[in-house]
Design a protein around this ligand. Sequence first.
Ligand code: GLP
Length: 244
Amino acid sequence: VIFDNSVLGSIAVANEIATLIREKQKTNSICVLGLATGSSPIKVYEELIRLHKEENLSFKNVVTFNLDEYFPMQHDDIQSYHYFMKEHLFKYIDILPENVHIPTGNCSLEESSVLCAQYEEKIKSMGGLDFQLLGIGRTAHIGFNEPGSHLNSTTRMVTLDHLTRSDAASSFLGMENVPKKAVTMGISTVLEAKRIVLLAWGQNKAEVVQETIEGDVTSKKPASYLQNHPNVTFVLDQEAASLL
Ligand code: GLP
């Protein structure tokens, strides 16, 4: 779906999420959301906050699982995805703290593999993801599933691609400060979501959007795996869609 601009696209996506949350509330069910970081979802979160403040949207029945986190990374570090989620969404809404899940980068390598398996189990124990929000990196990564990621991959430690680290360099004040590793939900974790919406805005994403939608399904472009999901929508602005 192509919108004139990212604001209109973000409002439409926030409305879809709000509708899902409200539908689940009618049957006293939990709503399990997979959430993303990066600049792409920021306006979606702003609109969800507005809906909470002005239109009575409650998040008390919402359980969230974030896609990824840098490794190593302290939770209160301003570059962490823990900090990002708190500052861009969680501190403004009525979600219960125990319902928020974000992979941790604040542990040893050995602990991480146990925690990754537990993360995967926790998602399953909640009945799986009802809705997964995604951005896309210029390597066609989703979460931090870089080129080479296997279709069957689950939550795990990964090594970041050079391009991904260089795209993150400005927020870390230099490439040398960008962690070399991250913890991410796997391709299989993402593809098991009942509904997936990928956001891409701006000319910078036009090439990877074109490759992902029109190219072959290949581990070299992990987002291309989405072509085989039964309920996925790419929400684009005019610039991101300009090479389609
Ligand atoms: C990071 C995140 C991804 C995100 C990507 C694109 O690599 N791990 O989940 O999709 O950045 O970020 P942006 O939305 O800022 O372009």
